[in-house]
Design a protein around this ligand. Sequence first.
Ligand SMILES: NC(=O)c1ccc[n+]([C@@H]2O[C@H](COP(=O)([O-])OP(=O)(O)OC[C@H]3O[C@@H](n4cnc5c(N)ncnc54)[C@H](O)[C@@H]3O)[C@@H](O)[C@H]2O)c1
Length: 421
Amino acid sequence: MDKIPLAIVGCGGMGHRHLYGLAELNDSGLSPFELVAACDPVRANAESLADDAEERLGKRPAVVERMEQLEPLGIVAVDITTTPRHHHTVAVEAVERGWHAMIEKPVGLTVRASNRIREAAERTGKIVSVAENYRRDPMNRLGKALLDAGAIGSPRLMIHNTMGGSDLMLITVWRHQKNQSGVLLDVGVHFTDIIEYYLGPATTVYAQTRLHEQIRRNIAAEPGGSSPRNPSVVYERWQKQMPAEFEATADDASYATLLFESGAVCQYIEDHAGRGQGVFTRQIHGSEGSLELPQDRSGQLLTLHKDGEAICDESLLDLVPDFHLEPIIAALFGGDRLWGYDFPFPVTDRKLIAAEYGELGLAIENGGTIEVDAAQGARSVALSYAMLESSVAGRALSMDEVLSEEVDAYQHEIDEEIGLV
Ligand SMILES: NC(=O)c1ccc[n+]([C@@H]2O[C@H](COP(=O)([O-])OP(=O)(O)OC[C@H]3O[C@@H](n4cnc5c(N)ncnc54)[C@H](O)[C@@H]3O)[C@@H](O)[C@H]2O)c1
């Protein structure tokens, strides 16, 4: 069968990581794609991705700076890994040109931008998949299977607490700018996705958010400096060009209570300014026990606490006799009933991205389902913004108020800037 012609649009850090994911899928013999173009207005970034592609895929894709230059190349799908500010313009243009799209999270920069992408997907009938990697981690698949099998009874409370970061730059400057994303969206949207993955639809949010660290430091720009925030070791060349110190404009901490249709509650802390003890806690407490979930992409074990016992070994699988990873994830991770895995971070990173590509390929070729579509992607963006909007409003907000764009005081100036109001 002919390969699906694909372009990667956005050739920065994640664009390169997506290429590594595509190469991983290719190496496993499961890739239905041919990478025909690398697109980025910063030509050097597209050239760099094309060089890497030649090395890893054996063929150099065309290098282009604008989407219309993709037209003569017979593109069927684009993989959008631009900064979030450009997701909606690129994605809407792509589906209107008749191309399917995978879009990195957050699907859009604001709820309004995300809704525009969802509407364009519905209008054109094109596939839009959100590249949400955390939920595809085999450990989250196992955690969800245990929950669905009733291993802890009915979920009552989820505790999701993360703290750390001090005044250091998180990967890039734009992650600290309100009009370009902000950390509570950039990182938070992974967490809001995983929380709805486990607990189902959220209904109500109350939060206090803060901007604790108004000046952020970029250690990579210091002489001989190297940033500790450099996932998959691809960002340093850009980090060295960024300012050593800059003003942050987006809130960097959220302390929230989330309610769910099921009646469950989530106690949520996402604090990127923590200067003391680092925290990662994700637990789900149910009517018969609790689950302690490991950090995403770590391969560490999850623990089931029940009847005074703690189970964190292979016997967890006895509780989920029907648990099987999807064939692509099983092939990439080396087993379809995994209870742990052990790869260096860059390898895990590219396997999860390979799984996203695999799902997209099956959807294009055989009408397979898309797990995180534009509607679910928009929900995760809305749940992240619901916390920021609740803090501005000084009251609890319903998800409906935020998802429908009725409440947008925090986002309004961003939407104005990107021409959506
Ligand atoms: N899932 C994950 O684990 C994960 C990790 C990192 C980043 N991301 C997401 O990936 C996306 C990209 O992040 P990044 O870290 O690669 O950022 P980055 O700043 O390293 O790269 C962004 C690239 O997009 C390019 N770009 C900007 N506008 C464009 C346009 N209109 N057309 C084509 N290219 C354009 C820039 O020139 C740059 O090369 C973001 O949405 C981010 O949230 C996801």
